[in-house]
Every structure is written in C-alpha cells, then in structure tokens.
Design a protein around this ligand. Structure first.
Ligand SMILES: *Cc1c(COP(=O)(O)O)cnc(C)c1O
Length: 357
C-alpha cells in the first residue's frame, strides 16, 4: 500500500474548539465547509457534536452530507441559498440560512414555507464581497419580521483584514456594523478565527471559527493565543528510494535543484496530486526520521525529493512528515506562497486516518 496518509487528531480538534469558546465566552459555530478544510466534514462534525453549538457550511450540498450522516445540531448555510428552490429543503432539514442579498429576501417573501426559518442577516460592513448595504439593513430586518416566515434573526458580518493585527480596518467594520444594527434587538455574530484569536475586546454572541479548529494560525506573525492551537492534521509518507549523488547532479523535473556537493537524497511518496503544493520550493521544511530537513527540486505528481545528507539515521522506509505537529502547515504555506487554508483544502487521494475519537 502506498504509505501516504493524513492522520487527523480529533482530540486536538476538540481542544481548539474549546479554546475558541474559552477566549470569547461565546457560542461557537464550528466552520466545516470545504469538507472541514480537507479534514473530513462528517468525522469532524461527529467528533464535535457533543459540545458544538452548531456547524457552518458553504452550501446545501455540504449541509445535507452532515444531515445524512445523522448530525442533528444546527447547521448554518454561510451563503444562504443559491436558488429559491432550495428553501423547502432548508426547512425540511432544519438548516439555518444566511441572507446576504436583497434577491434572497424577495425569494423568502415569495416562498410558501411549511415552517419558519432561522435567518442570519448579513451586513456588508466594508469587505464588499457579500452582505446587505448598511442603508438597506433595517428595512431588510423589518421585511423579514413582517413576512411571518422567520422565527429568529441573527445579525452578522465578516472581516476582511482581521489577520492583520495592527490594522484599523476591523474596528472600522465594527463601527459600521454597530451603526447599522442600532435599535435591532437580536443576537450578533462577527468573529472568524483571526478575530477570535487576535481581537479580544470584540463582542459577539456567536463566533465562527474555521482555520483555528484545525490548529493552524491565521496570522503571518507569532501570536500568543495562536501558539496554543494544536495541529490536527499530520500529512506523512515514507522514503521509497534513496540515492547518493556526486556534486553537480540535477534532481527532478526541470533540474531545478543541482547538488552542490555529494548528497544523499530520499524520494518520498507524496506529490501535488495529493495536495502537496507544487510551488513549494527547495528549502521547504520537512521532517525525516524525526529530524528537520528540506525539500529538494520540483514537486512532481506522486513523488518529491528530500535531503538526507545530514540525516544519517534516515533511509528506505523512513517516515516523512510534510506538515503536522513538527512542521507547521502555516510554515509550508509561507514557503509555497499560499495560506494554510488552501494547503488543507487541497488535500486529496491520501487516506485519512482518525485518532482521539
Ligand atoms: C469561512 C468563514 C468563516 C471561518 O473563517 P476562518 O478564518 O477559517 O475562521 C467564518 N465566517 C464566514 C462567513 C466564512 O465564510
């Protein structure tokens, strides 16, 4: 069997969820969109269900996967419905629904619903992606109430730059939100992972942690609370071939790396078809036989090469951690000029093994 695998530590997942609760004192929707950022939405939701206040996903397909697996906790659709004909399913499966646009509000008014909806009414407080314009916010709230089709409304918004710890933009967004919701007596949900970890003074009845659940920091710098996160996924494989090369020999496609001295090189069963970033350059950290080393040359589809020159204990069959508790996914992301979100979401082909259930 090919030795590439992703170990998912559900105990670490629960630790990170509790941290989001503990530092905010708020109710927390565990964000499990995109197959729980590559960790497996059903297994992640099952592991958290006993303690989680609910879950959040990107679309009804993802929500129905959780329901089909028997998850009965609240599930929020972060973009609401894409077409009005999803509304009967939303009711049938008891899903919570974001309303971010006036067309969705029209659709709710026009729909015939067998039960009232729970709506999270989203304000565009300055990110300018989705969300109602502040001038429309009060009226949208009143229209939802007047429709008679809504049992509960939560007021929400989303931050564009909460991962930038010295940026004033998040405070400006809060000010826009506070002004827009003035006089509306409803619960509030503002905070994603970077604002949970980095903006302690911000208040929010509901928080929406995503990346922090999986143990990766959303910040590009050291941060005290982020340092308490426990990595959940360990992506590992094994050395399947070892070669000794003299100086001046190229390694891998395109000869992107050429030995500068006699070197020992290990070939690892891991490639971009598994989601390892192809753009990770020579020097990207890896752990081989318990020791830090580096990637060499271009990542290919099913294999990549690592430096064994200074890892004498490593050889054929040695375990290689690509990211996990020793090599942080966020550090691999920096090397590959991406973010840990994408590193995790790209995982595929590799079997996931769960522990700490
Ligand atoms: C994805 C998402 C989140 C979670 O964001 P993280 O940065 O991963 O914590 C929260 N809220 C909304 C609206 C989202 O789309």
């Amino acid at each position: 069997m090919r030795p590439a695998r992703a170990l998912i530590d559900l105990q670490a997942l629960r630790h990170n969820y509790q941290l989001a609760r503990e530092v905010t004192g708020a109710k927390a929707l565990a964000v499990v969109k995109a197959d729980a950022y590559g960790h497996g939405a059903v297994r992640v939701a099952q592991a958290l269900e006993a303690e989680a206040d609910g879950f959040a996903v990107a679309c009804i397909e993802e929500a129905l996967e959780l329901r089909a697996a028997g998850i009965s906790a609240p599930v929020l659709l972060l973009e609401g419905f894409f077409e009005a004909d999803e509304l009967p399913l939303i009711i049938e499966h008891d899903l919570w629904c974001v309303v971010h646009s006036l067309w969705q509000l029209d659709a709710i008014e026009q729909a015939r619903l067998s039960k009232p909806l729970t709506v999270w009414l989203k304000l565009d407080s300055g990110m300018h992606r989705v969300g109602l314009h502040p001038k429309d916010y009060h009226e949208a709230y009143q229209r939802l109430l007047a429709s008679g089709k809504v049992a509960k409304i939560v007021l929400m918004s989303h931050f564009a730059r909460a991962d930038e710890l010295d940026c004033v933009r998040s405070d400006e967004q809060v000010a826009v939100f506070e002004a827009a919701r003035k006089g509306l007596a409803a619960e509030v949900s503002l905070r994603n992972s970077p604002s949970v970890l980095g903006w302690p003074a911000m208040s929010s009845d509901w928080v929406r942690p995503g990346i922090m659940l999986y143990g990766a920091t959303p910040f590009g710098e050291e941060q005290a609370l982020a340092a308490r996160l426990q990595p959940v996924m360990t992506l590992e494989s094994k050395v399947i071939c070892v070669r000794e090369l003299p100086a001046g020999e190229p390694v891998g496609y395109g000869a992107k790396f050429v030995t500068s001295k006699p070197m020992r090189i290990g070939v690892v069963a891991m490639g971009y078809a598994d989601g390892y970033p192809r753009h990770a350059p020579t020097g990207t950290p890896v752990l081989v036989a318990g020791q830090r080393s580096q990637l060499l040359g271009r990542v290919s589809m099913d294999m990549l090469c690592v430096d064994l020159t200074d890892v004498p204990q490593a050889g054929l069959g040695s375990t290689v951690e690509l990211w996990g508790k020793n090599i942080l996914a966020s550090d691999v992301a920096v090397a590959a000029e991406t973010i840990p979100y994408q590193i995790f979401c790209n995982l595929r082909r590799v079997p996931r093994l769960y522990c700490g259930a």
